[in-house]
Write a protein that binds this ligand. Structure first.
Ligand code: AMP
Ligand code: MN
Ligand code: MN
Ligand code: MN
Length: 285
């Protein structure tokens, strides 16, 4: 099982990806993915479609979601794999986590207007597939269209990250709630792309791992589209230190924007426990 080409992290139009769930399934299959999960932000609305498309292709599937969490003042993402998409507690928790996105987006647009970029709320809305899930990514796409920036990465750098004129603080779910929702829905909680968090010191990163584990978290993404080789090695060590299983996922959003395509990742190292070994009975064939 260890050498599976599993891709357990990506986004569809149900959140901030540009492809429909069916197109993602076809792309994963064409790229040689052997186990796939769609993990839209704070939303399960694409799960039935992804599952059905995967089944039609003979592609083994795990349900998924990526939950936005506020931990020690930072936004951290927790992926849930193998969750029951009908679980009431998980669905309620996600609905509450999504609430406030529109208000936040209007504030972002006001701040952008103050630096001379008008109509950003309406502009971002044009890219939104799910009205409950307006995200920074949609603003980034609009600012590229408007010619303000060359690409979405530049938009994040100049406007949408902490300290920049379009950034609005937001309070997401707590770490404990996110892990509990995932676990009560029968899933495994995974710390997403751990190298992407700007912890002010190593102690805070240690605290994230320790608290995650104490709440019942069981895995961490080691190989992801946003980790360098050195980062993958570092988090392989941390996974072993904390007794966490390892996950692998591209975090694919769009053929035009994502550096790493579905299935195009280095394999997990043999010394790690792949997260799918904890989820054997949750895989949908
Ligand atoms: P939100 O949930 O609205 O805060 O948006 C977060 C999303 O923005 C992430 O899931 C990524 O898709 C995207 N994102 C965050 N930071 C960057 C970045 N530096 N460059 C490109 N996309 C980013
Ligand atoms: Mn995203
Ligand atoms: Mn993420
Ligand atoms: Mn993601």
């Amino acid at each position: 099982m260890a050498i599976l080409n599993a891709d357990l992290h990506c986004h569809s139009t149900i959140s901030d990806g540009t492809l429909e769930p069916e197109a993602l399934a076809a792309r994963a299959h064409a790229n040689g993915v052997e186990l796939w999960a769609l993990t839209d932000h704070d939303e399960l609305g694409g799960q039935q479609r992804a599952m059905q498309a995967a089944r039609a292709l003979g592609l083994p599937y795990l349900t998924g979601v990526e939950i936005s969490v506020t931990f020690a003042g930072l936004t951290v993402h927790i992926v849930g794999l193998g969750v029951d998409p009908e679980d009431a507690q998980l669905r309620d928790g996600l609905a509450r986590t999504r609430g406030g996105r529109e208000r936040r987006a209007r504030e972002m647009a006001e701040q952008l207007a103050a630096v001379g970029i008008r109509g950003a709320f309406e502009g971002a809305l044009k890219y939104v597939g799910n009205p409950e899930l307006i995200s920074r990514t949609h603003f980034a796409r609009y600012l590229v269209e408007a010619g303000v920036c060359h690409d979405t990465h530049e938009v994040f750098r100049r406007f949408l990250t902490e300290g920049k004129p379009g950034y609005v603080e937001h309070r997401w779910a707590t770490l404990g709630d996110a892990v509990r929702w995932i676990r009560t829905a029968g899933g495994v909680a995974v710390i997403a792309h751990p190298a992407r968090y700007a912890h002010p010191n190593p102690t805070q990163e240690y605290a994230l791992f320790a608290e995650f584990k104490a709440h019942g978290g069981q895995a961490v993404e080691v190989v992801t589209g946003s980790h360098s080789e050195a980062e993958a090695l570092r988090y392989a060590d941390l996974a072993l230190e904390f007794g966490l299983a390892a996950s692998r996922g591209s975090d694919f959003h769009s053929p035009d924007e994502s550096h790493t395509d579905l299935g195009a990742l280095p394999l997990l190292q043999g010394r790690l426990t792949p997260v799918w070994e904890l989820l054997a009975d949750r895989i949908i064939h």
